[in-house]
Write a protein that binds this ligand. Structure first.
Ligand code: DQA
Length: 148
């Protein structure tokens, strides 16, 4: 199988472009997908790009990544700060994980400073807007090359 990266987006990220653009930027989720896929193509990776407002659907997608994807890039949206279920699923599949956020979590409210995802991730990209996604693809490419 080609090297496949599952890119998961959590709640409200479907509203990008219109949702608090001063925080999240003007790009839509389609724009983010386009940028992510373009960088992946340059690096010889295949991307499966998904968004859900449902925690259970995200957990199901993470579980199904075992054996079908080589790594997971995740912006869990607000579930970042609440979801032990997503953390457990990421640990269970033991695939490399890169966590991404459009905004800089540490410049924002205190409740956004803690992420349940980070302890399962190789690293965290936060604060670079939509450009964080192609950066996350680069990070994943480097992780997968080092592991090869
Ligand atoms: C976010 C940051 C989260 O705190 C927030 O709930 C989001 C988006 C980001 O990409 O900056 O929905 O994950």
């Amino acid at each position: 199988m080609s090297t496949k990266i599952l890119v998961l987006n959590g709640p409200n990220l479907n509203l990008l472009g219109t949702r608090e653009p001063h925080i999240y930027g003007n790009e839509t989720l389609d724009d983010v997908q386009f940028m992510t896929e373009a960088r992946a193509r340059e690096l010889g990776l295949e991307v499966e790009f998904r968004q859900s407002n449902s925690e259970s659907e995200i957990v199901d997608w993470i579980q199904s990544a075992k054996g079908t994807a080589h790594g997971i890039i995740i912006n869990a949206g607000a579930y970042t700060h609440t979801s032990i279920a997503i953390l457990d699923a990421l640990i269970a599949v033991s695939l490399p994980v890169v966590e991404v956020h459009l905004s800089n979590l540490f410049k924002r409210e205190e409740f956004r400073h803690h992420s349940f995802i980070t302890s399962a991730a190789a690293g965290l990209i936060t604060g670079f807007g939509a450009k964080g996604y192609p950066l996350a693809v680069e990070a994943m490419s480097s992780i997968l090359q080092d592991a090869a």
